[in-house]
Design a protein. Sequence first.
Length: 139
Amino acid sequence: MLFAAFGAREMDWHKALTGKSVLKVSYYLGDAPWQQRLLAFIAVALVAAAVLTLLLRQAGPLLHHWRRRDPVASSVVIFAVTMFITKVIDRMENLLAEDWGIVFAPETGLLIGSLEETIELSLPLIALVAWAQFRAMRR
């Protein structure tokens, strides 16, 4: 479910129906029809519940295995850190412009975007490596 949500977010499905992001509180306080807001809320809540369930069930064991230098746990941690880094890079340009008035040249923005997208493309590969490691350890 989470990989489907990651893909949907990457394809901008979170704003495809309304033109506004359903991941922002302002969407729910806006003038969209209540049925549309309810459907969006249910979808976002399901993904949030999946993330919360995964964290509550797996965070402890993951950290335990990571400390023991388990390859699968290391790959999962690398996946999470890489995802965090891509999110920071993705938002960096907008946050610097909005909060500090630092505006980059268009070329710099393109460079930052291409770096973020390239790093983001490694996420499925990291997940595939973790899955292969897991399967190899089960044998």
